[in-house]
Each structure stands twice: as C-alpha cells, then as structure tokens.
Ligand binder design. Structure first.
Ligand SMILES: NC(=O)c1ccc[n+]([C@@H]2O[C@H](COP(=O)([O-])OP(=O)(O)OC[C@H]3O[C@@H](n4cnc5c(N)ncnc54)[C@H](OP(=O)(O)O)[C@@H]3O)[C@@H](O)[C@H]2O)c1
Length: 245
C-alpha cells in the first residue's frame, strides 16, 4: 500500500482517527478531513508526519455543502497527485423524534451521512479509476434495523447502503465500493451520551457481550481494501448483534 493515498472523512478523532493511523501504518499517505475538530486534526497530522515525513495532510470542509465536497477531493488528489481510497466515515448522529423533526436536522443528518458521500464519490471517481481504487462507506447496523427515535439518521444510513450498491454497479470494474456496518463501538459523544442501563441493554444484545473497538473497524477497512474480488457488500462488525433475537 506504499505510496497510495487514502482520504478519510471525519478523521480528527474517534473511529476515523484510528482508521487514519492504521492505514498510515500500512504505508498509505493520509488526507485527514475534519469539520470543527481543527486542533485534534492538526495533532493527528503532526503525529503521522513525525513518523514519516510528508505522509499526512489536512482538509477542512462541511460535507453538507457540495462545493466543499468538490474542493476536498480536488485538494486531496492534488497533494500527492493521486487518490486510491475514499473512506466516507464522517457522520452526525442524534435523536430526531417524530413530531420534532425539522429541516435543519434533516439537512445536517442527510448532509453528512448521505449527500456528502454522494458528491465526494462523484468527484473522486475519475481519480480513483486511474488506480483501481476503493470507496468504503461506514454505515450502521441500524441502516436496516430502525433505531427508535433516530428516523432521520437511519434513513440516511439506509441511503448510504443503497449508494454503496448503486456505485458498485456504476463504477465497476475499475472501482470497488463496499460498506462496513458497525454495531456498538464507541458510545456517542458528549451531549448525546446514553444512560448506563441503555448501555448494558445494548451489550447484552451482542453475542460477544462487549463493545467493539475502533481497531475492529479499521481492520475491516484493511480487509476491504485488499479483498480484490469483493464489491457492493456490507460487512457487519457488531459482535453478532444482528443475528441475536
Ligand atoms: N461509534 C459507534 O459505535 C458507531 C456505531 C455505528 C456506526 N458508526 C459509524 O461509524 C462512523 C464513525 O463513528 P464515530 O462515532 O467515530 O463518529 P463521530 O465521532 O460521531 O463523527 C465523526 C466525525 O464526523 C464529522 N462530521 C459530522 N458532521 C459533519 C459535516 N457536516 N461535515 C463534515 N464532517 C462532519 C465530525 O468532524 P469534526 O469533529 O471535525 O466536526 C466528527 O468528528 C460514523 O459513520 C458512524 O455513523 C459508529
């Protein structure tokens, strides 16, 4: 994977940052996209560059804005003159109870989870084609198993699963497009944290009786990048939660 370039959206922290570090360890050059987390993104970028000079760069952008999506891809491609992998990891996530859904929540949740990935993929496709590249979308086990009070988020992730399959057809044979569907990996960020009882309930519903780790998602991405006969697939990394009754 040496010399190859991966763009990871929402990579300043949490799962995205672990994906960035893992692909970097395998020799890839990394474009770290962030929106608000500038300091964390800069820290990660410096860390990667101190391990290998000129191996990481930063791009800011709001994925709800089509112009930002184009700029992100063009800037990413220009930095090392190529793009091999687009990892659509960025996401907003919060409840939207029926009766209180407004257009802002719709625009934000659909923007980060679906609109951004569509416009990033469209702009990246010509560059990815040149190197038999990959698009990997991070979806959610709740893309087809509704999470109560999260209708808008679930609809957006369901759309991202369809985007995965649709693009796999349209961009073949040069580009492979796959998705990873995490179960419970990291509890939601401050402000959306869950009560302990809810956490216990979720973990009891996994077969493996525990949370996953961000590294499990990064390892699944490595698998997908190397799985040269796999396209249009969704791989659940969920501790067996989706087959538990
Ligand atoms: N955590 C889990 O257990 C879990 C479970 C199921 C699925 N997933 C999926 O796995 C992926 C990573 O999860 P996570 O929990 O690590 O994600 P996260 O921390 O909730 O979000 C990742 C990043 O997305 C960026 N983002 C949000 N809205 C954006 C926008 N409009 N434009 C640009 N960037 C935006 C934010 O960047 P800034 O901070 O820079 O603003 C944020 O740091 C997500 O796709 C998530 O849906 C996670």
């Amino acid at each position: 994977m040496d010399e190859q370039v991966a763009l990871i959206t929402g990579a300043a922290k949490r799962i995205g940052a672990v994906i960035a570090e893992t692909l970097h360890q395998r020799g890839m050059n990394i474009v770290i996209h962030y929106h608000h987390s500038k300091l964390e993104a800069e820290k990660l970028c410096s860390k990667l560059n101190s391990k290998r000079a000129n191996s990481a760069t930063l791009i800011e952008g709001n994925l709800s804005q089509v112009n930002d999506c184009s700029t992100i891809i063009e800037t990413a491609q220009r930095h090392w003159g190529r793009l091999d992998a687009l990892i659509n990891n960025a996401s907003s996530f919060y409840p939207t109870q029926i009766g209180s859904i407004d257009e802002n929540a719709w625009d934000d949740l659909l923007g980060s989870n679906l609109k951004g990935p569509i416009f990033l993929s469209q702009r990246a496709a010509p560059f990815l084609k040149q190197h038999h590249g990959n698009i990997i979308n991070i979806v959610d086990i709740h893309a087809d198993r509704p999470l109560k009070n999260h209708t808008v988020y679930c609809c957006a992730k369901a759309g991202l699963v369809m985007l995965t399959k649709s693009l796999a057809r349209e961009l073949s044979p040069e580009i492979r497009v796959n998705a990873i569907a995490p179960g419970a990996i990291l509890w939601p960020n401050e402000g959306n944290d869950l009560p302990e009882t809810a956490k216990t309930h979720i973990l009891e519903r996994t077969l493996l009786k525990r949370l996953g780790k961000p590294q499990d998602i990064a390892d699944a991405i490595l698998y997908m990048l190397n799985a040269t006969y796999v396209t249009g697939q969704v791989l659940a990394i969920d501790g067996g939660r989706t087959i538990k009754d």
